[in-house]
Write a protein that binds this ligand. Structure first.
Ligand code: AKB
Length: 312
C-alpha cells in the first residue's frame, strides 16, 4: 500500500485505522471519505465527502488522488439492516459493486470486510472453519456472503487484488459502533465508568467472537501487505481473538471495577441475530497464510479500554 482511500472513514473502524495508516504511510497518502451525514465530519486535509453508491463520484475521487489501494468500509451493520433491509442492500451491495469496478478500471487493490454475520444457524458454532456452511438469516449476512463471492469473482475473472477478513465484534474507545449486534460489548465499558452498571440487550450465555480495535487495524495492514503468493484464500479469512458472553465480560470488568453490576433487558431482534452467529471461529488459515497474531485477550482489552475511556 502506498496511497490509500478509506470509504466510510467516520465509522468505528475508520477512526482508528486512518490514524494508524497516517503514522505508517504518511499524512499525504491517506485519503478519508464518508457520506457526510454525521455531525462530526473530520477536519482533515484529505477528507472527501463520498456517497459510495454514486459510482462517478467514487471513481473521480480514486482517480484524482491516484490511489493504489481502496479500503472499503462504508456499510450498514446488522441491527440497522434488519430495520431497513432494502437500504442495507442498496448501500452494501451497490457500494461494493462500485468499489470492485473502480478497482478493476484503476488497477487498485481492494480490502472489503466480511463478518461473523456471514454465518448462520446451520454453521458449526464452535471452532467454525474457514470454509463451511454459510446460510445467514439476516440481510447483513446475505450481503456479506454475496460480497465475499463477488470479491472472489473479481479476483478470479479480472485479477483484481481483493482481500478480506470476517471481522467479529470490534471494540474501540475512539469511536462508537453504528448499529450492530455486538455493540453491547462497547457500550458496557462506557456505562461501567459512568454508572458502574450496565443493562445488556444480549442475554447471559450468548457467546460471540470479539476483537480489540488495535488488533483489527493491524490485521487489515498485515493482510494487505501479505505476499500474494502465500494467499490460498482471499475472501474472507476468519479472524477473532476472544469469545465471551456478557457474564464473562462482567467478570473481566469487575477485576478493575469490583462493584460493577450487570442486568438484562434482552432485545429479541439482536438476540436472535446473536444466536444465529458462531460462538468461536477457527482462525488457523489467517495465522498460517499471513501471520495473523492478535495481542489482546479479554482482560488485557478491559484494562486498556477502561484506562483510555477514563482519560477521555
Ligand atoms: C455487527 O454486529 O453487525 C458487526 C459485525 C459483527 O459485523 N459488529
Amino acid at each position: 500500500m502506498k496511497k490509500i482511500l478509506i470509504t466510510g472513514s467516520t465509522g468505528q473502524i475508520g477512526a482508528d485505522l486512518a490514524e494508524r495508516l497516517r503514522e505508517q504511510y504518511g499524512e499525504d497518502n491517506v485519503i478519508t471519505s464518508a457520506r457526510g451525514v454525521s455531525a462530526d465530519i473530520p477536519n482533515e486535509p484529505l477528507f472527501e465527502r463520498l456517497d459510495v453508491t454514486d459510482a462517478q463520484a467514487f471513481y473521480d475521487i480514486a482517480k484524482k488522488h491516484q490511489v493504489d489501494t481502496i479500503l472499503h468500509l462504508a456499510a450498514v451493520l446488522s441491527a440497522v439492516g434488519e430495520k431497513d433491509p432494502q437500504l442495507l442492500w442498496h448501500i452494501n451491495m451497490n457500494g461494493l459493486q462500485n468499489a470492485l469496478e473502480i478497482s478493476r478500471e484503476l488497477g487498485t487493490a481492494l480490502f472489503v470486510p466480511s463478518s461473523i454475520g456471514a454465518f448462520g444457524p446451520s454453521t458449526p458454532k464452535v471452532g467454525t472453519p474457514q470454509v463451511t456452511i454459510q446460510r445467514p438469516t439476516t440481510m447483513y449476512g446475505v450481503s456479506k456472503v454475496a460480497g465475499e463471492l463477488m470479491c472472489d469473482y473479481y479476483y478470479l475473472k479480472y485479477g483484481v487484488d481483493t482481500r478480506g477478513v470476517r471481522f467479529p465484534g470490534l471494540i474501540s474507545y475512539k469511536a462508537l459502533p453504528g448499529g450492530g449486534t455486538t455493540d453491547y460489548a462497547v457500550h458496557i465499558y462506557y456505562d461501567a465508568l459512568k454508572k458502574n452498571h450496565y443493562t445488556s440487550f444480549i442475554a447471559a450465555g450468548t457467546k460471540m467472537d470479539m476483537m480489540y480495535m488495535p488488533d483489527a487495524v493491524e490485521c487489515i495492514i498485515d493482510l494487505m501487505e501479505a505476499d500474494p503468493s502465500r494467499l490460498i484464500d482471499r475472501n474472507a479469512f476468519n479472524v477473532s481473538s476472544m469469545s465471551f458472553d456478557p457474564e464473562e465480560l462482567k467478570e473481566s470488568i469487575r477485576k478493575v471495577l469490583p462493584d460493577f453490576t450487570l442486568d438484562y433487558d434482552v432485545d429479541p431482534v439482536r438476540q436472535a441475530i446473536a444466536e444465529s452467529w458462531p460462538d468461536s471461529l477457527d482462525c488457523t488459515e489467517a495465522r498460517e497464510q499471513w501471520g495473523f497474531n492478535p495481542q489482546y485477550d479479554l482482560d488485557a482489552m478491559t484494562v486498556d479500554m477502561l484506562e483510555k475511556l477514563g482519560q477521555k
